[in-house]
Design a protein around this ligand. Structure first.
Ligand code: SF4
Length: 354
């Protein structure tokens, strides 16, 4: 269904009023917003000529739910081995040019504990889908970090079965990131020869069932994606009740089948973040690294349109360049200096790092 311009304006004004009411009366009226929103409406919002009002709504609601705080997460990319063949990713197992590495358990624990010592409250353990790290090995890493540091642990190691997720939760894992990448079954199958959308969603549902803080997300600019696909991606985040959502532009990697494709639109990424913020007022929405890869100044804007989290790489220098889902020239300083640099940057844009 395509809404008339008049109806779009009425619905948008209604959402703005709900947000104003939320802020004035200090209560969130999510369910009223839910009743106004479907994929057609979101698609038409994404295509509006002037999006400023929606950015400002998203910024206001973010300030209401998270204040000026930006949470800095430390990310340790501990293995770039992957058994999958996702067609957009430089780590896919068909990329024979990738130099593969695995960090030892001691190395991972050491970086995790040091992250705590320099001020991180969350560390993200991320890898390709690498069966070398059994659930027992991952569980041991989690327990060792937790026994030496008061820090939340987010895992991002791909799809795991229910029993493994249950085991890792018992070992102390707090959160899990598993992007759905696209809500369109056909696009998903074309890009993922090794998986299907329904098992991805089942895994996300298992994570919610097991009380993980659950993160998903998707890419902007995938082949065959339309604005309706993006609208459905946003609704899927909402339907899954995601606690976190990473939305970033697709960036082509030269050693993949999609190497000739254009990167995704930054503007559309920011618009998607803003609408997601309105639909998921309390969720953690990171300024994704991929946005910074295209244009580092854009991160500033994404905080103004609803993002409240930033990831900082703690992967040791010798591995950093090898973890290449998409090409990046990210340089990092020694972890303590890098964190300080990021804190200074956040303070300079009137945000409070924590
Ligand atoms: S996107 Fe993830 S699962 Fe797919 S190839 Fe890359 S690292 Fe592996």
């Amino acid at each position: 269904m395509k809404y008339s311009k008049k109806l779009i304006n009425e619905k948008t004004n209604c959402i703005k009023n709900i947000i104003n009411d939320t802020i004035i009366n200090k209560r969130i009226s999510e369910r009223f917003i839910d009743g106004l929103v479907d994929d057609s409406f979101i698609m038409q919002l994404l295509e509006m000529d002037d999006f400023d009002d929606i950015f400002s709504c998203a910024n206001r609601i973010n300030q209401y739910t998270h204040g000026k705080y930006v949470d800095i997460r430390g990310i340790i990319e501990f293995s770039n081995f992957c058994k999958r063949q996702c067609k957009y990713c430089g780590l896919n197992k068909n990329n024979k040019k990738a130099s593969r590495y695995r960090m030892s358990v001691d190395e991972i624990v050491d970086v995790g504990v040091k992250a705590y010592e320099i001020g991180y409250k969350t560390v993200v353990l991320q890898s390709g889908e690498d069966p070398y790290y059994s659930r027992e090995i991952l569980g041991n890493i989690i327990k060792r970090i937790k026994s030496n540091a008061e820090i939340k642990i987010t895992l991002s190691c791909g799809e795991l079965d229910f029993e493994s997720l249950k085991y890792l939760k018992k070992c102390g894992a707090d959160r899990y990131l598993l992007k759905h990448e696209t809500s369109d079954d056909r696009i998903y199958s074309l890009l993922h020869p090794c998986g299907n959308l329904s098992s991805r969603i089942k895994c996300l549902e298992s994570l919610k069932l097991l009380n993980y803080e659950t993160g998903s997300g998707f890419m902007i600019g995938l082949p065959n994606q339309t604005n309706t696909t993006i609208a459905r991606d946003i609704l899927l985040l909402k339907n899954l009740k995601c606690d976190m959502a990473g939305i970033g532009p697709f960036i082509p990697h030269p050693e993949t089948e999609l190497k000739e494709k254009e990167h995704g639109s930054i503007e559309l990424t920011k618009r998607s973040v803003a609408i997601t913020r309105i639909l998921l007022p309390f969720a953690n929405l990171p300024a994704t690294t991929s946005l910074g890869v295209i244009d580092s100044d854009e991160k500033r804007n994404v905080f103004e349109c609803g993002a409240n989290v930033i990831m900082n790489k703690l992967t040791p220098q010798k591995y950093l360049k090898l973890y290449e889902i998409y090409p990046n020239d990210i340089e990092t300083l020694e972890p303590k200096k890098e964190r300080k640099k990021l804190e200074d940057y956040l303070l300079s844009i009137d945000r409070i790092p924590r």
